[in-house]
Design a protein around this ligand. Structure first.
Ligand code: AMP
Length: 584
């Protein structure tokens, strides 16, 4: 049986890891990097994934997709080079690329995985994640909440200490807060709360919007009319945001409508204070989930022993300051916040694989939402629909199975429609409909015929509902047709066929491909006088690539790489580009 890998399928970056004898290990991709950008591009009939697609996106935003995790479980789709792709399709592309990296690294087939999701992902988003895994040829052994995975990675080192910790996880697109009790190898999640539309990307977008405002433009209008200007400006702002974690001030250059940065491009100075002011209302949104999680766990801020940070965007000084003021203690971030979730996922995979070193560890998690059904109430002698009967309350430890009894309202009522919702409001119209099913064959009789509705919420955070007519013990269908759509065999096959039409480039060519995409992107941005030199270098490189002469390819690649590093002011973005896979 193949080993189970741990995958952090992130909004901006994804990682894959495995449990080894001496602890969890991140697996490098074909460029030797641990972070694979969650970006997918289509060039002709070839698929680009990761850093190469991210470079391609700056010059060809219409052929690339990113931040699609935000649309998991919805009907959203995007057309890339004439191919319609859903968030599941795009996630599947990223997963396939990660699996190929793992297979190359481990030298064996990879068929099973633990995949992490934001704690606040709803049922539909979890099912969509499982479907993406299945499409990528994986058996998804477990869906694990991201902050839980982070807690596991931290908990592993401190199996003998006893404490209550809060995990603040601000990724690219989502925010989660979880409260965890750690004692003697047991990690008990007490409460989770979050926002699925709040992440580092929103801080970047706030910055893009402010710069456009200052230049007399409106974000949405400009994005539609001048997509190249916005995609290039977004990149500028992303880099500025990162620089501001270490520097007090920086500059952003405004690209022209073609996305080019001319020598006399307008420059906007941004200090840390300006950035904090621009993003204050975005940052304020972390407070309500924190309050909710503390309330559900029945704890005061002062009762938290440790504050752990996870997610790349938790590096922002304004976030750290706000959290430290709130909890009146320093935060802890001893494991790289980009990597901690994937490392925890690998440990979780190791627990499922019955890895010897992990036999003492027990992890329990909670349901992040309340789930229930619609009921009708008698108000002033009149029956009124639309009320919510919670069956599983939020932050109940999982797995859990709960029953509530409902009754028929009319004489000789032969059927009932069971509508299943998730959410915290007392009226169903303010909650999210998950699906509905009918209970038929209720025997004739007076009103008040009893029906038991059972909800079972499993360790993956997947809900099953069933209804039983108490008198006859007849069971009703318990599946949500809307959800099954994601998993139907036919749909899976069609989606797979569509993906198979796209070829992946050979792994060992990935570095050269990235170099070309990087060069093409820089070409767009350079002033004319340097463009000619770069043009010659690109053409020379393309020619030697055709010749297949490996020694020449290496020489030309080095020359081109040196030029790019010298002229690209954002070369840091390439990370450890060009280095050989690390064996860390
Ligand atoms: P993740 O989804 O956990 O990989 O988080 C990625 C997010 O972290 C993106 O929105 C990045 O912009 C953000 N991020 C990464 N490094 C930094 C940094 N040094 N300062 C601010 N944000 C960062």
């Amino acid at each position: 049986m193949s080993r189970i890998v741990g995958i952090d399928l992130g909004t901006t970056n994804s990682l894959i890891a495995i449990m080894e004898a001496d602890g969890p290990k991140l697996i490098p991709n074909s460029l030797g990097q641990k972070l694979t950008p969650s970006v997918v591009g289509v060039e002709g009939d070839h698929l680009l994934v990761g850093m190469t697609a991210k470079e391609y996106q700056v010059s060809h935003p219409d052929r690339c997709a990113s931040v699609f995790k935000r649309y998991m479980g919805s009907d959203w789709s995007v057309t890339l080079a004439g191919r319609k792709m859903s968030a599941i399709d795009l996630s599947c592309c990223v997963l396939r690329s990660l699996v190929a990296d793992a297979e190359h690294y481990l030298g064996e087939a990879v068929t099973s995985a633990v995949i992490t999701v934001p704690a606040y992902f709803n049922e539909e988003q979890r099912r969509a994640t499982i479907a993406a895994g299945q499409m990528a040829g994986l058996k998804v052994e477990r869906i694990v909440n991201e902050p839980t995975a982070a807690a596991i990675a931290y908990g592993l080192h401190e199996a003998d200490s006893q404490k209550t910790a809060v995990i603040i996880d601000l990724g690219g697109g989502t925010f989660d807060v979880s409260i965890v009790e750690m004692f003697e190898g047991v990690l008990e999640i007490r409460a989770s709360a979050g926002e699925i539309f709040l992440g580092g990307e929103d801080f970047t977008d706030a910055c893009v919007s402010q710069i456009l405002n200052q230049a007399g433009m409106k974000f949405e209008h400009t994005e539609m009319q001048e997509p190249l200007r916005v995609s290039r400006l977004r990149r500028e702002c992303e880099q500025a945001k990162r620089r501001l974690t270490n520097e007090a001030s920086t500059e952003v250059r405004l690209p022209n409508s073609q996305g080019e940065i001319e020598p006399d491009a307008p420059r906007y100075a941004i200090t840390r204070e300006t950035f904090d002011l621009w993003t204050k209302s975005t940052l304020d949104r972390i407070l309500s989930p924190i309050r909710r999680a503390l309330g559900d766990a029945g704890l005061k801020r002062q009762e938290i022993d440790e504050v752990i940070l996870a997610g790349g965007a938790s590096r922002m000084p304004s976030l750290i300051k706000r959290i430290e003021e709130l909890f009146e203690r320093p935060t802890r971030c001893t494991i790289n916040p980009d990597e901690v979730v994937a490392l925890g996922a690998a440990v979780n995979a190791g627990i499922l694989d019955r890895h010897e070193s992990l036999s003492e560890i027990v992890v329990t998690d909670v349901a992040p939402f309340t789930m229930g059904v619609e009921i009708c109430r008698e108000i002033g002698g009149e029956d009124r629909d639309g009320y919510y009967l919670p069956i599983i309350n939020r932050n109940t430890t999982i797995p859990v199975s709960r029953v509530e009894r409902v009754v028929t309202r009319a004489a000789n009522q032969s059927k009932v429609n069971v509508s299943v919702y998730q959410g915290e409001s007392r009226l169903v119209k303010d909650n999210q409909l998950l699906g509905s099913f009918e209970v038929t064959g209720i025997p004739p009789g007076p009103p008040g015929q009893e029906i038991d509705i059972r909800f079972t919420y499993d360790l993956n955070g997947i809900l099953e509902a069933e209804a039983v007519i108490v008198k006859t013990q007849k069971r009703a269908a318990q599946v949500f047709t809307r959800h099954m759509k994601n998993l139907s065999e036919n749909q899976m096959k069609t989606a797979l066929d569509k993906m198979q039409a796209l070829k992946a480039h050979p792994r060992d060519e990935e570095e050269n491909r990235l170099l070309l995409k990087w060069a093409e992107r820089l070409y767009m941005e350079l002033p004319h006088r340097e463009r000619n030199r770069l043009d010659q270098l690109i053409t020379g490189f393309e020619e030697v690539l055709e010749s297949q002469d490996q020694a020449q390819i290496k020489i030309f690649a080095e020359e081109l790489g040196a030029f790019l590093k010298a002229f690209d002011s954002f070369e840091g973005e390439q990370g450890d580009y060009g280095t050989s896979p690390s064996d860390e």
